[in-house]
Design a protein around this ligand. Sequence first.
Ligand SMILES: Cc1ncc(COP(=O)(O)O)c(C=O)c1O
Length: 556
Amino acid sequence: MITHCPGGFVDVIGDCYTRLVCCIKKREHVALSDGRHEKFLGVPQSHITAKASRSRCDERRVLVRRDYRLVRIVAADFALDRVAVVPAESNLEVVVHSRFSIVVGAPTEYAGCMNSVATDVTQERLVVTEIPGPKSLALHERRKNAVSAGVGATFPVYIERAKGAIVVDVDGNHIVDMGGGIGVNTIGHADDAVIDAAFEQAQRFTHTLFTVTGYESYVRLCELLAQHTPGNFAKKSVLLNSGAEAVENAVKIARKFTGRPGVAVIDHGYHGRTNLTMSMNFKAMPYNLGFGPFAGDVHHAPNSYPFHDKLSGAEAAARTISWLDKRAGATDLACLVVEPIQGEGGFIIPADGYLPALQKWCNDNGIVYVSDEVQSGIMRTGSYYASEHFGLVPDLVTTAKGVGGGFVIAAVTGRADIMDASHVGGLGGTFGGNPMSAAAAVQIFEEIEKRDLMGEAQRVGRVLGGALRELQKKHNVIGDVRGIGAMQAIEFTEPGTDTPISDIVPFITAYAIKKGLLLLSAGTYGNVLRFLPSVITSDELLLDAVAIIDEALSAR
Ligand SMILES: Cc1ncc(COP(=O)(O)O)c(C=O)c1O
């Protein structure tokens, strides 16, 4: 049915599947274009041709279905004769408002992509007010009255939209995001395909509670996690809501499997803010101080920190193992939980051979080896999991942050016999594996393969790591540059020593935000600048970020 009516937009009604402006028939793709500008709506990113660009027509949102035959609906530019094209066999009902006319056309292979409010964020740094600007400052005042003072605010800057590598604040400043929400937006902010997947899921249902009635995306995500975590053996997963919850569950599962109470961790580690994970953290302030009493049976041992301890992997492992043997007793330990690259600790990359030696000791002593990959997992380091760089095959792996691209989801994945140790009903929770988040995560795995995002993470490592090493030649306070893929860091120390300088990082982050660059600190002594950019951040933006740090160091 085609009608002409007054108004300013095209309305396409199929099975009335979406309640936004445009509706399309279930199981079909739709592309909408405003013609002259070649801006297309409603088709997955994989189909974008070189010619196609994203629509800025916020109001013409279209639900996209992937993996089915494409159809095309074209609405010409408002300034021209407006035309909508619909394939004859599509059975779509098209309602066209205003002076649009309708042409029935053939299905087409060309397409654009899902439209969203955020699509017109230009990928450049743009400072239009002081940062923080007046609107951010006003919001910050409101926050002070309404939000607990215990919730930190690294920058009093409030975000209105974000896309790719850029966050746009409420004052219109385009800020280059080198923190990615602490390693969450690995695929980039508001990725079209990911939003599309979650949005499509939200149209169908938002919650059932998987432990009551299931759905496919939960199962699919567990299959993908089994496929992409290290190790060629039967694996299973449980889906959860946060990194801390994943770590808690890994410990729970290991305890049930081994029948032992003890938990071993290494110095400078970070695992979360729940009671058990606080007990596993190294740093008291700000994570733990005053929140005790903490969980018992958690044993902290020295780590490998080559820049400081100068130990080989074998030496550092012997120290850790001897300490745990003496202090905890191997036969009392259920698990050893280790980040392959310590995140909050300052992107500490252990010496060669350290982690495999720990794993061997765990295997020899019936201790479950848990790789906490909440920060380092899901292509962050240019491989699915950082464990791979060290030849590790953990018994259990925790995943969170980047796997949802901003949608809340986490997982424990590992050996099927260990994962099955719990009695029925022992694992789960109301929101674990939420349908929108699971759909988004499944899509992220697809995008990693389709768009070679792993290669992009490696590119980020080459470009950013290379530029930071050049910067080190210029500024002798940069004691160490380290990182793998899109997980890079610089550590500031008194020249020629390994004594931390703690006031440089706050100076640089404060300097940078005023220039429209968001940088994060890390490290037990607060002397590490860490970089967790999206893997799609362009070389130009990466080099621009390093130039600002150079400027800040010279201005100091
Ligand atoms: C290695 C590691 N484990 C656990 C966590 C806790 O994750 P969440 O903040 O999602 O609870 C983090 C968070 O930064 C982390 O980096």
